[in-house]
Design a protein around this ligand. Structure first.
Ligand code: 4AD
Ligand code: MG
Length: 476
């Protein structure tokens, strides 16, 4: 007999014999178990013949308990479901003490659930979010596979700082209390495992560039680490990044790729995860009802996702964006009160939000940023002061993608590295790409958690990754 999960049983015709295992969500009137096995949001109702069931067993059917049920799948008499299970045999696999089980059948705050991250996927919201996270990650691989990309595994431990921002976690095997010392009394890093200092990667881009220059189209999708002390709802110390890199592609091609890719993965979950998205959509609509009119969302989650899929992203140069910001009236009442900016300054998140949410009201691709505020590897424009960078800004999220056309000219790259004091010796292999068969190439990085936030409507990045790492927090 093939074992069906609850999601499949709920769509099935009546069956004489079914076996199912799962966790009790609720047990009512000594009769009705709502059972969930994680296959979908939906519980199956299992009706216990309480007159013929031992009292000692009935007592152990509590919220959170793991049970195994054998019975008959019949048409449901009750409302809200087509089928239910008439329980013939019930076995308690694992008890759950109702006095101490943290996930009670009631609304819990997200803060409380964060403290119980090991159990929070037993709620509808978090199971929906994590199923969507899984589905989105499949959609990412599917997109690149369908489009001729090679999946490349870039190293986690690395000697280079790809972003040149110095926000790295050190990897050290030295005894921190009694480190080996050199003759002059300094810590001897040559005694480190790799014979030198290494870090956890901040980005797989530089290695991805090397493979793009031989395999043509590649992407990485892996964990990246940033030791920045940003305690915001959009930053993690450990996050997953998707980084495609393509040879012979310029910045315009990069924008086309990013837009097509994002639309495609969002479309995938709209088609394949309808139930979970609808649940999260309704959760947000309910939340909106508790807010004053002015603070409610203009579009529902589903409307927002469809809007992104159906409309072009607005492409705007940094210089145009600064003009827009300069000519916009400061709104003193609310968040957007620092609109006047000087050319050359980095945009703050309130500027980005103004452009996306108030001015254009759609996703925006900002490009051609001042060279001074961007990384060393970006292609310098002919004006000598801007680089072929692009950031994609999403409503409610801000920056979701950062990318660029890469500097392919050896002399220009070397000059830039010298100005920023980046060692040529360390990046000799990166420079080799510009010596042997150099070519125009481009790529971008998408913060996976920010994408999951957008798709699920969750507003804190800690709620879209199983075990968030943030400053002062790595409990699990
Ligand atoms: O803009 P970033 O720093 O770009 C890079 O790392 C490039 N090497 C990417 C490339 O061109 N291949 O990071 C890319 C994206 C950001 O737009 C953001 O979505 C996400 O990664 N990101 C973070 N997400 C969560 N927590 C953080 N601390 C993040 N830092 C960046
Ligand atoms: Mg960036």
């Amino acid at each position: 007999m093939k074992t069906l999960n609850i999601s499949q049983l709920l769509k099935s015709q009546p069956l004489e014999h079914v076996e199912i295992k799962g966790w009790v969500r609720t047990f009512r009137a000594n009769r009705f178990i709502a059972l969930n096995d994680g296959s979908s949001l939906h519980n199956i109702q299992c009706v216990v013949d309480f007159e013929n069931t031992d009292e000692s067993i009935l007592k152990r059917i509590t919220t959170g308990a793991a049970v195994s049920i054998t019975g008959e799948l019949i048409e449901s008499q009750g409302k809200g479901q087509n089928v239910e299970i008439n329980v013939k045999k019930l076995e308690i696999l694992g008890d759950s003490d109702p006095e101490t089980y943290p996930i009670q059948p009631k609304k819990h705050s997200f803060e409380f659930l964060r403290e119980n991250a090991h159990l929070r996927t037993r709620t509808n919201t978090f199971s929906a979010v994590m199923r969507l996270r899984s589905s989105l990650s499949f959609a990412v691989h599917k997109y690149f596979n369908d489009n001729g990309f090679n999946y490349m595994h870039t190293p986690i431990i690395t000697g280079s700082d790809a972003e040149g921002a110095g926000e790295m976690f050190r990897v050290s095997t030295l005894d921190q209390k009694n480190p080996p010392l050199t003759e002059s009394g300094e810590v001897d890093h040559s005694k480190n495992f790799f014979g030198k200092d290494t870090n956890l990667t901040v980005s797989g881009q530089l290695e991805a560039e090397t493979y793009a220059m031989s395999l043509g189209k590649v992407y990485t999708f892996g964990p990246t680490f940033r030791a920045e002390n940003s305690n915001t709802s959009r930053h993690l110390s450990e996050f997953w990044m998707i980084e495609p890199e393509v040879a012979f592609m310029d910045l315009a091609g990069n924008m086309d790729l990013a837009e097509d890719f994002m639309k495609s993965v969002i479309n995938y979950v709209l088609e394949h995860n309808k139930d979970d998205i609808e649940f999260l959509n309704n959760r947000l609509l309910d939340e909106d009802k508790t807010k004053p009119q002015a603070e409610r969302n203009e579009l529902s989650l589903i409307e927002k996702l469809n809007f992104v899929v159906e409309n072009n992203f607005k492409r705007v140069s940094y210089t145009e964006a600064i003009d827009i910001l300069r000519n916009s009236k400061p709104n003193k009442k609310k968040k957007f009160n620092y609109l006047i900016e000087e050319w050359g300054a980095d945009l703050q998140s309130e500027h980005e939000r103004f452009l996306v949410e108030k001015h254009f009201k759609c996703p925006v691709i900002l490009f051609d940023y001042p060279a001074n505020i961007k990384a060393f590897y970006m292609r310098l424009n002919e004006d000598g002061k801007t680089v072929r960078a692009m950031d994609i800004l999403f409503p409610g999220i801000g920056e979701i993608v950062g990318g660029s056309q890469r500097e392919e000219r050896l002399d220009v790259l070397k000059e830039k590295m010298a100005v920023l004091d980046i060692s040529e010796e360390e990046l000799w292999w990166y420079l080799d790409l510009r010596k042997y068969g150099t070519a125009v190439h481009s790529g971008f990085g998408l913060g996976f958690e920010r994408l999951v936030m957008f798709v699920t409507g969750m507003t804190n990045i800690r709620d879209v990754i199983p075990y968030p790492r943030t400053p002062q927090n790595a409990e699990f």
